[in-house]
Design a protein around this ligand. Sequence first.
Ligand code: ADP
Ligand code: MG
Length: 335
Amino acid sequence: MSNTKLKIALLVGGSSPEREVSKESSNSIAKAIKNLGHELVLIDPAYGSNQPVEEEKYFAKENYSEVKTENYVSALNSSLLSNVDLVFLGLHGKYGEDGTVQSLLELRGLKYTGSKILSSAMAMDKSMSKIMFQHFDVATPKWFVVYYKEINYNLIKEKIKKFFGFPCVIKPNDQGSTVGLTICRGESEVEESVKLALQFSNKVMVEKYIPGREVTVGVLGQQPLPVLEIVPKHGLYDYESKYTDGMSEYIVPAEIPAKVSQHLQQQALLAFNSVECSNYARVDFRLTNDYINYCLEVNTLPGMTSHSLIPKMAKAIGISFDELIDKIIKYELNG
Ligand SMILES: Nc1ncnc2c1ncn2[C@@H]1O[C@H](COP(=O)(O)OP(=O)(O)O)[C@@H](O)[C@H]1O
Ligand SMILES: [Mg+2]
């Protein structure tokens, strides 16, 4: 599969609420990098100069060092990154998926996997992404944003009633993994839902609720992968359903008409390009029962455990996990 032996640094963990998910993804990515015959250097940026991270101990234990965002600069300035051919980003969420780490890597002149600075920052900001989606004709649910400095609950309730009504979705503008998200069923729940979302972000998104199914499409290079449907066993596709085995059922390719599937793939590629993604990403949609699709967001560093969604989509077209990691590496080095 792979040929030239490379030295690849895998950035793992980090300080975001998705730290544990990142460790899971990275455990799988680390194995693939080694299976491909490359040299692996593990770096947890939240540990600062307390590196290198020893693989076995790291994945077996919780934290053996302090997890701090301030540590990123010293970690990424470390000599461990001196002779690497490529940095593989195994991080998820804030300070990893949002362009900050990407900018430190660019300042060091290092090549890294996934989307670049502007794209990562745009995609992490759900409202900014939706502005781009609208500009490029990617259908997305109606929404508005409220800032922590100008919270007026009566005004929010009025706007909801005027623009789309209840139920609506209230979520932090820049978090992942369904953290801080509420399906708000009526006026009496608005204040509590906004307060919850504000615990995670200064910017809160209020969005029209789209009933129907949950589908997602990965993009690799400029190739959309097969549409995958997620069927959560209880109502919402939340953190628990996402990361607990058996809490969701995954159907890939999704059992939908071929035309709908092709349209979703086109919309996914358009969404990917509208926020200028590169290499790979996963685009989340809602699909109504009459097959109208609405794009929710683009994940520029989607889950990469062997049972994550992109690996499942790749598998459906005969691409193994190791091959997928190989393609991501080669895309970055050879274009
Ligand atoms: N407008 C919406 N209508 C219906 N369900 C939604 C809507 N927004 C979010 N959800 C549900 O919440 C989940 C997480 O929302 P999403 O916007 O993708 O944020 P996250 O970054 O947390 O994944 C979605 O996968 C979907 O199940
Ligand atoms: Mg999502």
